[in-house]
Design a protein around this ligand. Sequence first.
Ligand SMILES: Cc1cc2nc3c(=O)[nH]c(=O)nc-3n(C[C@H](O)[C@H](O)[C@H](O)COP(=O)(O)OP(=O)(O)OC[C@H]3O[C@@H](n4cnc5c(N)ncnc54)[C@H](O)[C@@H]3O)c2cc1C
Length: 567
Amino acid sequence: MPELADKSDVVIIGGVAAGPKTAATLARRLPGARITLFQKEKHLSYAKCGFPFLASGELGSFDALVQTSYGVARDSGFFQSSKGFKTVTSAEVTQINRGKKTVSVRMCETGETFEHGYGRLVIATGSIPNRPPIPMPQSDRVRPFSSPADVTGFRDLAQRGEIDNVVIIGGGFIGVELCEAVGEMWGIGVKLFEKQPQLLPYMLDPEMAAIVQRSLAVQGVDALVDVEVEKVELDSQGKPVVFVKGREPTPADYVFLCLGVHPEGRLARESGLDVSENGAIRVDSALRTSDPDIFAGGDCIESVHRITKQPIYMPMGSLANRHGRVIAENLAGASVEFPGVVGAFVLRAFELNIGGVGLSEQTARGAGLESWSVWGSFPDRPDYNPEAKTLTLKMVYEQKTNRLLGLQAVGRGDICRRIDVFSALLHGEKAVEDLMDFEHGYAPPFAEALDPLHHMAAIAMTRERGVTFVSPDFVHAPVDRDTLVLDVREDEESASAPLPSEISKVFGEALHIPLGQLRERLHEVDRNRRILTICQRGVRSYQAALILQTAGFEDVHILSAGLQAQT
Ligand SMILES: Cc1cc2nc3c(=O)[nH]c(=O)nc-3n(C[C@H](O)[C@H](O)[C@H](O)COP(=O)(O)OP(=O)(O)OC[C@H]3O[C@@H](n4cnc5c(N)ncnc54)[C@H](O)[C@@H]3O)c2cc1C
């Protein structure tokens, strides 16, 4: 039995992100409060989000994920001496006894059980990886990527040279992130199977996800969408074979199951607290459950989306840590509200940065909101800066009100800054006009004099003035096949980077007139056809469209975000 009093002022269940953050903040706010945290695993407060770096070998060992910035391990001794609260590891809370205000605890290693009383309780039990509803063998070569053992298990095999190729099942956040961890660092062949018709479903719209898919292909990752894995079996040597509907079986040395997570809400449900259909614990804006003495935060709770005002499940470390602060403040007697979520995320796959916040075009439609979308490709700092890199943005906003709804960003450039600014604007319920007015820090090492977000606002306003922008996905949309594609790039650009074959396949040979020559060569452009102007990033196409419109051309369209979004 651990040395414990039989009761604490505050008991916390779960010890990775939300739990320790609550405890540490509360111990600062209420010094002297008796706080006890029970954690099922033997490790505490490890940086789960750093798992890909551990799997890849970039981090020397798991210890790096449990260390403070000053090199001290975040273990029970650290939390007791530096933070002022008690932690009991390898201790599973098996039941919440709300009548008696106790929790039942089982020590995982010895099997001992005991009860511990609480004044108030915090549930921070996190999430559990989804298992596919298909036949799946029990094997250390077929695993999710969720626990320390999952990561070190894979890494040990990779280090022993036992893995030449892997299959990742699931093309969401973790699946896409893993492509780099295993592909780049270990030189392992990577195949990814995603059931939905695009990568990062529900996070990006299809044309933005297509950029990710093409970029993965360039890195040698075979990411297939719209494919259904039917089962995984082990061959005679104990190695997995993945069976995909309508395809040859795929042998692999390792299979990652990256199928998302669901909330660990069992204790809450069994003790009669209000939970959602998927088991997420329902909380109010103070993060209090249906029992006023019990709070909950992190991956185990249901959130409210700030734009749709609808419940949403959003398991993110960024939110779990903020939940911890809010819960602690409220336990300490303050009155703090959690404002809801806008779903900000960022991730990296090789050199490509990927992010989003708010609603995509698809999710806006699903929420019954009528939206417009605009796209743009920009450098993240002046082109003369050798560090400049490109990014492609898609902005979604409400048709009637111009209210901002969401931003998606893909590219090698600095997308994070744009996601964060947009997130703040969404929290403030701002509109396109406000985006135009936001004041940013500018100097050439960091940014352009006008930020890409200013340009996005300008594009949205231009759209209002009757200019027609075509989605980067136009080749797959029902398009007028008689459209004349007008390439207004410079001669050298067109010669060195011909239009993607997909475009010429649909529209035939393009007419090439560099922007600077267009005014003199207007007679070469057929007035009776729909014109689609194309350039590298979209700016010159816009100029070209204005020249054509001024000259009386009536049916002029611009390829949004240019060829940058087609690569
Ligand atoms: C590979 C990977 C990469 C990620 N990258 C990012 C990222 O880049 N950005 C981001 O925002 N998020 C990321 N996340 C998500 C992030 O890690 C989670 O949102 C965060 O860990 C949630 O914290 P939590 O405390 O709510 O729950 P968890 O981290 O799930 O921790 C809950 C803990 O409670 C314990 N527990 C459960 N039940 C009991 C019980 N009955 N008794 C005692 N203990 C119990 C569990 O064993 C677990 O240790 C990533 C996740 C993974 C797996």
